[in-house]
Design a protein around this ligand. Structure first.
Ligand SMILES: Cc1cc2nc3c(=O)[nH]c(=O)nc-3n(C[C@H](O)[C@H](O)[C@H](O)COP(=O)(O)O)c2cc1C
Length: 169
């Protein structure tokens, strides 16, 4: 699948089969994620793959504002290593770019995924930090449920010319 087709047809997938993603496939996803644009080449993104069944179930059942995270054989916690950065304010944008690449790559490889927020909910962040032993200088910003899809969704076209301005607002 080419990149335009992947962008056109990607959807959030929230139901997964029990089959885990192989190490090799995960590596391909992280290679795509780490190819993202990032400020000053700082690459603050870090990824925690949670496949330990106990941790995965605890993470998936955390009491959070918008309900539990969707269950998948593996969950990926995307973190910004703010402590490693010279220009710290860019961490969120850099991590977001990496996540979008990862979602598109997952879709192109026939996998499904959904981006679920941790940032800016500090109570969730604190819980995930505690569960996974994440240091204070690292900010867990999102949980990606990912796996082989057990649902299909049609593409949506959100193109809206009203959202584009030319030269002035
Ligand atoms: C920053 C961000 C946070 C999101 N958080 C959640 C979430 O907590 N739970 C969830 O089910 N989906 C979450 N989503 C997925 C959106 O609901 C989804 O992308 C949106 O409804 C558009 O649908 P689509 O991804 O199928 O095109 C999030 C997406 C983004 C970009």
């Amino acid at each position: 699948m080419d990149v335009l087709e992947a962008m056109r047809t990607r959807r959030s997938i929230r139901r997964f089969t029990e089959e885990p993603i192989s190490r090799g496939e995960l590596e391909k996803l992280f290679r795509a994620a780490m190819a993202a644009a990032n400020s000053g080449g700082q690459q603050p993104w870090r990824f925690i793959v949670v496949d330990d069944p106990r941790l995965r179930d605890e993470l998936a059942s955390l009491e959070i504002e918008r309900g539990p995270y969707y269950r998948s054989p593996q969950l990926i916690v995307v973190c910004g290593d703010i402590g490693s950065m010279k220009w710290k304010m860019h961490w969120l944008a850099d991590c977001a770019a990496a996540i979008q690449n990862l979602l598109l790559a997952a879709h192109a490889y026939g996998l499904g995924a959904v981006w679920q927020e941790l940032y800016p909910y500090h109570t969730r962040v604190a819980k995930v930090r505690e569960l996974l032993g994440i240091p204070d200088t690292v900010y867990p910003m999102a949980v990606i449920s990912i796996g082989h899809p057990a649902e299909k969704k049609p593409p949506v076209d959100r193109y809206d010319p009203e959202k584009v301005r030319w030269n002035h607002w």
